[in-house]
Design a binder for this molecule. Sequence first.
Ligand SMILES: [Zn+2]
Ligand SMILES: [Zn+2]
Length: 186
Amino acid sequence: MDDKCISCDREGTDEHELIEFFMFFSPFDDEERGTGCFYCESCYEDGQADDGTFFCDGCARTISDSRGHLTHSRWVNNGVVCLRCVHETLREEGVAAYPDMLQELFIDGRLFGIFFNRGELEAEGWIGAPGFTDTLIKGEEGAKALGHTARSLHEGGQMIIIGYENLSIMGDEGYVTLYSKDQEGS
Ligand SMILES: [Zn+2]
Ligand SMILES: [Zn+2]
């Protein structure tokens, strides 16, 4: 342990001990862990330690921003939520849980998705849509075609979600699966 605040160099005393910053290194972690970074009280309360983290509005946890290229948060319904919250919400309600994302998907073909475990989804009754299962979506036209199919499923009373299948592309291009499931559940 260091005996100085990592931010301002103030030394810790018996009366004012340095505080170690704890966070969730991944949104999928069940426990937060110490970062090994110690701060004096005023820097800590000032939020100096929060750099590189975000606060999830869904589960009220402080989580690291990203690991490698994988961003741990999403901006939805005017708030920042972690991937675990998005993951759980999508599996319960589909993209309809995020009305803005649903509209963007239908109108612009914006593929709001996340990485899922396919076996887990199938066990819950989610089914890959014909023609859009582990399919390479290229450019605006392909994305809009997926959005169109998603809209038909939605209007037919199905919940829908989009699963990313490859890591390299998070925008409007890449391998994705469009899943649907009855509102009533399985
Ligand atoms: Zn300090
Ligand atoms: Zn969360």
